[in-house]
Design a protein around this ligand. Structure first.
Ligand code: NCD
Length: 317
């Protein structure tokens, strides 16, 4: 294993990773992008290994992406259906963790509505745990796939200016991206109404803007966030129409950015709320489809690393 290899047991967040850790995952994932474009995509690297997708919160793309990634590497992938799970019968998170642990999985991919829940679960099990999103805390594979998408298109991360716009308050995607982009030497801005920013957000190492024309001025990347109404208790914006008027991305607001600025969104999109359809579907400037493609490659890299580093079986050659 080379000296820059990612040596952590789990992937719980971007916080705490070094630029070498991040670069290592991105380089490995880069190779998987090509493999995924071939007709024959199936590898046997993780044959005999078991991946359990354990989603305590709804997800389509992230769960599917991990499932595709695991299967492409030859692992057995089990999706734990939350709707019929014991959580609905009042079993605690720890009991669920112990039950899953007894089945000897090699990797658990966990999404949970509470910040910190995935870390708690990771402390109780013997296998590697990948955080697929915990509350409004972290979503590390999303930040890694966003970084791979940017790096492949722009050739670098360092020196770029990235504006993360919208519901930063509730967004684990924003937190993980801020940590990653800062670690890799990009400049990060957040652009949002005051009600959708966490207290003391500037301590995260970002420049703060409340106006799209100012916040997008000369940026390389415009990263839009979904308005997470399911996490809002009370009213954070007057109306979605008014929100689009001030903070929704359209060509008019995009004019402030560099002429070759690219548009990103982690999905699922609320069209007409945080992003207009014309910009979302602009094949020259929108990277939204590429983000989904990079997601599978990044998750394959993460699974290879996790199962290989501290999995139950022998090291992967
Ligand atoms: C994000 C998430 O779940 O945090 N989506 C995703 O992983 N595809 C962002 C969001 O839900 O808005």
């Amino acid at each position: 294993m080379d000296s820059h290899a990612y040596r952590h047991r789990h992937l719980l967040g971007i916080e705490g990773l070094t630029p070498d850790d991040i670069g290592y995952v991105l380089d490995l994932a880069d190779g998987y992008v090509d493999i995924n474009r071939e007709a024959e995509k199936k590898k046997s690297l993780l044959r005999g290994r078991t991946l359990i997708n354990c989603f305590f919160e709804n997800s389509t793309r992230t769960r599917t992406s991990f499932e595709v990634a695991g299967k492409r590497l030859g692992a057995d992938v089990i999706n734990m259906a939350v709707a019929v799970s014991s959580m609905r019968k009042g079993e605690t998170l720890i009991d669920t963790a112990m039950t899953l642990n007894a089945m000897h999985p090699d990797v658990l991919v966990v999404r949970h509505p509470e910040s910190g829940a995935v870390q708690l679960l990771a402390e109780k099990v013997d296998c590697a745990v990948i955080n697929a999103g915990d509350g409004s805390h972290e979503h590390p594979t999303q930040a890694l796939l966003d970084a791979l998408t940017i790096r492949r298109r722009k050739g670098k991360l360092g020196g770029l200016t990235v504006a993360i716009c919208g519901d930063v308050l509730h967004s684990r995607v924003a937190r993980s991206n801020i940590a990653l982009l800062n670690a890799m030497g990009a400049r990060v801005r957040v652009v949002a109404p005051r009600t959708l920013l966490p207290a003391a957000v500037e301590h995260l190492g970002v420049e703060v803007f409340h106006d799209m024309a100012e916040g997008l001025r000369d940026v390389d990347i415009v990263m839009m966030l979904r308005l997470q109404q399911e996490r809002m208790h009370g009213s954070f914006v007057p109306s979605t129409r008014e929100y689009f008027h001030f903070f929704g991305l359209d060509y008019d607001k995009l004019k402030a950015a560099k002429p070759d600025a690219l548009i990103m969104h982690p999905g699922p999109m609320n069209r007409g709320v945080e992003i207009g359809s014309e910009v979302a579907d602009d094949i020259d400037r929108s990277l939204i489809r590429q983000q989904v493609e990079m997601g599978v490659a990044v998750r394959m890299a993460c699974l290879e690393i996790m199962a290989g580093n501290f999995g139950n079986g022998p090291p992967i050659q």
